[in-house]
Design a protein around this ligand. Sequence first.
Ligand code: NI
Length: 183
Amino acid sequence: MAVAMRHSADMSLRPILRMGHPILARRAAPVGDPTLPEIRELAADMAETMRAADGRGIAAPQVGASLRLVMFHAPLGDENARGIDNAPLTVLADPVIEVLDAALDSDWEGCLSVPGLKGMVPRARAIRYRGLDLEGRLVERVARDFHARVVQHECDHLDGILYPQRMADLSTLMYLNAVSHEE
Ligand code: NI
C-alpha cells in the first residue's frame, strides 16, 4: 500500500490559470538551478497538464508557478511541420531570445490560458534561443517560422504577456468554432 502511494505521487495534473489571473500578468522569477527536485516535479506536472489539454507548449505561470520555465513541442527537422511527430519536447529554464530576423509574420495562435479562442499574431521570423534543460545543460538553437513562433509565445508568458496583447488586428480574435467549417 505504501509503495503504491509513493508511486502515484510522481506526476499530477494542475489547474490551468486563465487570462485575468494576476500570476499570468506578472514577470516570473528565475529558476536558477533546474536540476532541483521541485523543478523536475513542476516540469513533470506541466508536461502532463499540457498533454491532457492537448497543448503544444506551456509555461510555468500557467499552472500557477511564477518561474521562468517553459516547454514546447517544436519540430527540429522540417521547421514548418506542425505535427507533433518528429517534435520532441523541449524544456527550457531561464530562456533568453535573440531576434535574428525582425521581419514579422502573422499566423494563428491559441493558448491554454485563453481557451476556445484564436487570433492572428505577428512574430519575428527567426530567433536564437538559449536556456537550460532539466539536467542543467545549455540548450541553444536557431528557430524559424512556426518553431520561432512557439518559443516566442511561451517565453512571453514569463513576462506576463498573453498573445492578444501582441495582436495587431483584434478583429481576428475569434472563437475556434465561430465558423462551422473551421477547426
Ligand atoms: Ni500560451
